[in-house]
Design a protein around this ligand. Structure first.
Ligand SMILES: Nc1ncnc2c1ncn2[C@@H]1O[C@H](COP(=O)(O)OP(=O)(O)OP(=O)(O)O)[C@@H](O)[C@H]1O
Ligand SMILES: [Mg+2]
Length: 254
C-alpha cells in the first residue's frame, strides 16, 4: 500500500497564484478525479507531483517521506508516472520502441524492456500497434500508447492529464474500462484530470475540485454532484463545454 500526498502545495508564477495550499492524497488502487475549470491549476498540480514544477511552498510526500528537489526521472523511478495533455510520444519511433526506450531509461536491459513492452501492449489490447510509427497513429491510439508507456516498470501511481480529450463516447467508455483495470488489477493509484465530468463521476472513487488554484470541494461522486460550490464554479467561469457535461453527469445520477 502506497500513498502520494500533496501537503499544502502552493505555486506562484510572477504574481499569479496558480495553486494555493492544495492538499490531495491518492492511495494504491484508488481512482481519484481532479476537475475544475480551465486554468484552475490541475496541470500545475500534476507538474508538482511529478517534479516538473517546484512548489513555492508546501511539499509532496511519498509514503510520508518528502520528495523535495527530486527530478522528474528520479520520481519516475520511485513509481510516479504520468501522461501529458499533449501526448508527447517519440513520434518517429515505432510504438514498441516508445515503450522499450522508457523501460531502458528505467534501468531495464533491452531484452527485458522489449519483453515488458510486448506484454504491456498485449495487456492493454493494442498488440497490433507495436510496429506502427507513433506519429502516424490516430489520436485515441496515441493516448493508449502514452498510457502503456507510462505503465512501463509498473509504477505505483499513474497521473493522467486529460486522457479522454477529443474521444467519442464509446472511446471514452473503453478508456474508462482500461483505467479501472489499471487501478484494480495493477493496484496503481490513479489521478485522473478530465474535463468530461460525466466520465469522472462514473469512474472515480473520490474527486477533488479545484477552482482558481484552491480546493473548493472533495468527496465521492454523490457529494460532488450535490455540491452547490461545484455547480457555481462551473457556471461562473467554465468553458462552454464544461457545464452541459456536468449537467449530463447530474442527470445520469438522478
Ligand atoms: N509556466 C507557467 N508560467 C506562468 N503561468 C503559468 C504557467 N503554467 C501555468 N500557468 C498559469 O497557471 C494557471 C493554472 O494553469 P494550469 O495549466 O495548471 O490549469 P489547468 O487547470 O490545467 O487548465 P486546463 O484545464 O486549461 O488544462 C493558469 O492561469 C495558467 O495560465
Ligand atoms: Mg491542464
Amino acid at each position: 500500500m502506497s500513498v502520494l500526498h500533496a501537503d499544502k502545495v502552493s505555486v506562484a508564477f510572477a504574481g499569479l497564484k496558480a495553486l494555493a495550499e492544495v492538499d490531495l492524497t491518492v492511495s494504491s488502487g484508488q481512482i481519484l478525479g481532479l476537475i475544475g475549470p480551465n486554468g484552475a491549476g490541475k496541470t500545475t498540480l500534476v507538474n508538482v507531483l511529478t517534479g516538473f514544477q517546484a512548489p513555492t511552498s508546501g511539499a509532496v510526500l511519498l509514503d510520508g517521506a518528502p520528495l523535495t528537489g527530486l527530478k522528474p526521472h528520479q520520481l519516475r523511478r520511485r513509481g510516479i508516472a504520468r501522461t501529458f495533455q499533449g501526448g508527447r510520444l517519440f513520434k518517429d519511433l515505432p510504438v514498441l520502441d516508445n515503450l522499450e526506450v522508457t523501460g531502458v531509461g528505467l534501468g531495464q536491459s533491452r531484452r527485458s524492456a522489449i519483453a515488458e513492452a510486448e506484454a504491456m501492449l498485449d495487456w492493454i489490447g493494442i498488440a497490433d500497434l507495436a510496429p506502427r510509427i507513433a506519429g502516424t497513429l490516430p489520436y485515441t491510439d496515441e493516448r493508449r500508447v502514452a498510457i502503456g508507456r507510462a505503465l512501463m516498470g509498473k509504477p505505483a501511481f499513474l497521473l493522467l492529464d486529460e486522457p479522454a480529450a477529443g474521444m467519442s463516447a464509446q472511446e471514452s467508455r473503453d478508456l474508462a474500462a482500461l483505467i479501472r483495470r489499471i487501478a484494480a488489477d495493477m493496484g496503481c493509484g490513479v489521478l485522473l484530470i478530465e474535463h468530461n465530468v460525466g466520465l469522472v463521476l462514473d469512474l472515480c472513487h473520490d474527486i477533488v475540485v479545484l477552482d482558481s488554484g484552491a480546493v473548493i470541494e472533495t468527496g465521492d461522486p454523490a457529494a460532488i454532484r450535490a455540491s452547490e460550490k461545484v455547480r457555481h464554479a462551473y457556471m461562473g467561469t467554465a468553458a462552454e463545454t464544461d457545464l452541459p457535461i456536468l449537467e449530463a453527469g447530474l442527470e445520469v445520477a438522478e
